[in-house]
Unconditional design. Sequence first.
Length: 184
Amino acid sequence: MGKTTHGFRKHRLYNIWSLMKKRCYKPYSTNYLLYGGRGIRVCDEWRSSFTAFLEWSMQNGYTDDLTLDRYPDLDGNYEPSNCRWADQVAQANNRRMRKDNTSGHPGVHFHKPTMRWHARICINGKWVHLGSFDDIDDAIAVRIAATARKMAGKELTPCTKQPHASAVASTVKPSITVQTAAAS
């Protein structure tokens, strides 16, 4: 008996499924070290059946403008309980921390020249400086608030002074410092 033909071989969804398997199982793949090399796998159901992946995708909000996102566990496998279809904003906010991160929180780092904690967030490919803080908890709180505002679609408005700890929970007013995301 021959292979079942589903008619999707040239479809974007088939390409996503194929590349997902490639980066998890093919050591020659450009991204293998970031996926398969870290132990990330594809569940047996999806690995063996594009149709199963297609059905899950259609039942879970797939559209051509979304990307497959491993969520909530970035270190978890590609499986129905750990995947979602996400837009670029959600995908950008669901990232692993850099290896040199000293705060334990994305977007917050210790700036040695000033001996202060800095918070920043990436918006439309640009890094926006949120503030400079003596206390790590203040920097983390500002970053969390900025992420919440970004996810809610609220604009982050520039300000001329750094946010104070008392204002952290209710508002975020980032400074104007911007650099390209690639320079992170």
